[in-house]
Design a protein around this ligand. Structure first.
Ligand SMILES: *Cc1c(COP(=O)(O)O)cnc(C)c1O
Length: 231
């Protein structure tokens, strides 16, 4: 098992490097987030032993146990599940990144807790780029107005870092590519208006991370492609 996960990691990292090169970027322009939801701590440890540091969790409750168990390691924890407003207090101090913010209320709640605990949390806005009725996220046209309000209100404990999307299931590669290209275009418009630091694009999972990178992803969230199917 140890060697299996290690081999999977090496293979994914090779494919990330190759896809980055196809989009004229160095391999380290893309950060691999191991989506470890539902994986036991032992599986996460196997990746840590290979030097991996970025992990994504989808449920606050499940993540609390894991971040406690792995406290001794210098890890980056990414929250990639839907953020419920009654769970925001648990996020700062545990997670350095939240990929799935889609309302002003959630941003302010995370910011308030982060300020009180002396942490800074990096936030990405989740965008429902292809208007998928099954997905959370902002409508593309609501991104600018929200960012306008947030950048105006000087929230010291958060960094607004970029955009995230989850592609539709069961659509053609062409459609997926178009969704990712649309998100990249929206990011570029945001950068023109809000500055170059707004630069992260979290898109792509096991089934499509290579094409997401070709379309400009700076972060990919890979679960089954590293760990095998979830237990
Ligand atoms: C679980 C999850 C992933 C990873 O999915 P795989 O298909 O296992 O790679 C990526 N993004 C989000 C938001 C997830 O919840």
């Amino acid at each position: 098992m140890m060697s299996e996960v290690k081999e999977q990691l090496e293979q994914v990292l090779d494919q990330i490097a190759a896809a980055a090169q196809r989009s004229d970027r160095p391999a380290d322009a893309v950060r691999l987030i191991a989506a470890s939801k539902m994986q036991p701590v032992d599986n996460i440890l196997k990746l840590i032993e290979c030097g991996h540091r970025d992990f994504g969790e989808s449920r606050v409750q499940e993540a609390l146990a894991k971040t406690d168990a792995l406290e001794e390691y210098p890890l980056n924890w990414h929250f990639i599940g839907h953020v419920q407003s009654n769970k925001t207090r648990e996020i700062p101090g545990r997670f350095n990144w939240v990929h799935t913010v889609d309302s002003e209320k959630i941003v302010r709640r995370i910011s308030d807790t982060a300020a009180a605990t002396d942490k800074v949390v990096n936030l990405l806005l989740q965008v429902n780029i292809a208007d998928d009725p099954d997905k959370h996220g902002l409508r593309p046209q609501d991104v600018f107005p929200l960012l306008d309000r947030l950048f105006e209100s000087a929230l010291p404990a958060i960094q607004l870092c970029g955009l995230m999307t989850i592609a539709r299931n069961n659509v053609s590669e062409t459609e997926t590519r178009k969704a990712y290209a649309d998100l990249k275009q929206l990011l570029e418009q945001c950068q023109q208006r809000f500055g170059d630091e707004f630069k992260e694009l979290s898109m792509g999972m096991s089934r499509d991370y290579e094409l997401a990178i070709e379309e400009g992803a700076t972060m990919v969230r890979v679960g089954t492609g590293l760990f095998g199917s979830r237990p």
